[in-house]
Design a protein around this ligand. Structure first.
Ligand code: SD4
Length: 335
């Protein structure tokens, strides 16, 4: 069985070739299909951008452009994930994100640079690009995390604009959902689920990471998942590499998912091995694991990358100056 499948889907190729002239670079992309070997590694030359899910392709293309303007990995991940946050078709992130059970779009995001500086916002509402607020928290305050009203107040003070993030489509979805009010984790791969976590290594070989989400749709008002928690939804360390997570945050938080994966790499595992071990730990701590999805993505400073999930269906986008590809991750449960 092919453990990792390259998507030569019309969707991907259309996306790549419909990019502006800035991104013409990718219209000629060589679309490679590296061999999969869980005991060793898949490798790619830097600069590199890697991110979760299909919409990660557009985000990666933005991020690599930023890197090619000789900007930092931090600039790249911020601007990269903003593409997903601003896109109403991406329904688990930013504008157009699916609402909680009371009909509110509440957002979580975090960002981290190569020196260990980090910032985060959680349960923030009416701000389209929470990742940029998280960066402001990192750069303009002595704190790491702001939540709710306080995060909104801080954002407004720093020039962010209040916007209604509930699109007609998300509203319709919520009105339908309300009829049953079923908080169904089983749908996690289908329609409930496309948080973006992104890791980038820039031309100076420094790493940064970002993660941003509207969380699980139908969540209790006030619920915060793993995505804005440094070490859970995302973590990076310039001595080692980085990791990010997608899926049911309650399962990721209890193993400090992304931090664990970086530490496993520090102790000698390849990114692929570390992601697989990470999923094993999730499964041990979450007896109901068959009902949920968790996916981990990791990269080390040598350009080795890996991904693994509980359920099939987890995808990730990989970009450098030669390629942009969408991969299917291998998974613990095969069908
Ligand atoms: C959360 N981890 O809030 C997020 C959800 C997610 O793709 O990853 N969705 O728990």
């Amino acid at each position: 069985m092919k453990r990792r499948t390259f998507f030569k889907s019309a969707g991907l190729i259309g996306l790549v070739s419909s990019m502006s002239s800035k991104t013409q670079l990718f219209s000629k992309s060589m679309l490679l299909s590296p061999k999969y070997n869980s005991k060793n590694t898949n490798k790619i030359n830097s600069p590199i951008v890697i991110s979760t899910w299909k919409h990660g392709v557009a985000a990666n293309i933005e991020a690599i452009e930023i890197i090619n303007q000789n900007k930092s990995a931090l600039d790249a991940v911020e601007n990269g994930v903003r593409v997903s946050e601003s896109d109403p078709k991406v329904t688990s992130v930013g504008y157009g994100g699916k609402p909680d059970r009371d009909g509110n779009v509440t957002l979580d995001a975090c960002i981290m640079d190569s020196e260990g500086n980090c910032g985060s916002v959680a349960f923030i509402q009416e701000i389209k690009n929470p990742i940029s607020v998280a960066r402001k928290v990192m750069e303009k305050t002595k704190h790491i995390m702001l939540v709710g009203e306080g995060a909104l107040k801080f954002a407004l003070k720093h020039g962010f604009k209040k916007e209604n993030l509930l699109t007609e489509e998300s509203k319709k979805y919520w009105e339908e959902w309300k009829k049953t009010g079923n908080y169904d984790y089983n749908l996690i791969n289908i329609e409930n689920h496309d948080t973006i976590g992104m890791l980038a290594i820039d031309k100076k070989n420094h790493i940064a990471g970002a993660c941003t989400t509207s969380g699980l749709s139908g969540k209790i008002h006030g619920r915060v998942g793993d995505s804005p928690i440094i070490g859970a939804g995302m973590y990076c360390d310039d001595e080692v590499g980085g990791a990010c997570a997608t899926g049911v945050g309650e399962a990721v938080i209890r193993v400090c998912g992304s931090f664990m994966i970086v530490e496993l790499m520090r102790n000698g595992m390849s990114p692929q091995q570390a992601c697989e071990e990470g999923i094993k730990r999730v499964v041990k701590k979450y007896p109901d694991f068959k009902k949920i999805q968790v996916g981990f993505l990791a990269i080390n400073k040598s350009g080795d990358y890996g991904a693994y999930s509980i359920q099939p269906g987890f995808e990730y986008a990989l970009t450098n100056n030669s390629i942009t590809e969408l991969f299917k991750s291998d998974s613990l449960i095969k069908v």
